[in-house]
Ligand binder design. Sequence first.
Ligand SMILES: Cc1cc2nc3c(=O)[nH]c(=O)nc-3n(C[C@H](O)[C@H](O)[C@H](O)COP(=O)(O)O)c2cc1C
Length: 172
Amino acid sequence: MYIPIILGTGREGRQSEKVARYILSEAKSAGFESEILDVREFSRTATDNTCNTPPAKRYSEKIRKAAALIIVTPEYNHGYPGELKLMLDSIYEEYAGKPLGICGVSAGPLGGARAVEQLRLVAVELRMPLLREALYFASVQDLFDDNGIIKDKDAWGRRTKKFFDELSSRVR
Ligand SMILES: Cc1cc2nc3c(=O)[nH]c(=O)nc-3n(C[C@H](O)[C@H](O)[C@H](O)COP(=O)(O)O)c2cc1C
């Protein structure tokens, strides 16, 4: 069962990439086929919902075969990144009925909670049923070692288990 992970920022030096890689390994451990869909590859420079560009076609194929979707988003000025919205808006029908789990990332103490809540409003229009669980990676700059390995494996393991348990119950 294929559940891709959207990495929602293209920022140079992004910490969210470490989170996306961690979620990718947890998704695989939970028994899902997965990969990171990077906004750097799939986003546009302006809104284009024609689905005619090669990146949109590739993205469309991936979302069509997905059983659900996970988004990793940082919080920028209390919202989610613009490039993430451009990527999401490049297709539409493909999302319908697919459960969505969201992971927030921030340098501050709230773990991107405000960006996560804003994305939930977008998910309603995309007709994606939302997971109740979300993961909030607060103070992300302190969470991983120099090799990108999460430091507190046990605590994060417990949180991600709840997240993937709910996701599994929605797709299996
Ligand atoms: C334009 C911009 C706005 C930001 N606004 C917020 C914010 O509103 N709240 C917050 O906790 N962190 C904010 N940050 C810090 C990010 O949370 C921080 O960069 C973190 O590492 C996650 O984003 P990253 O994947 O780009 O590294 C902001 C960062 C940028 C670049």
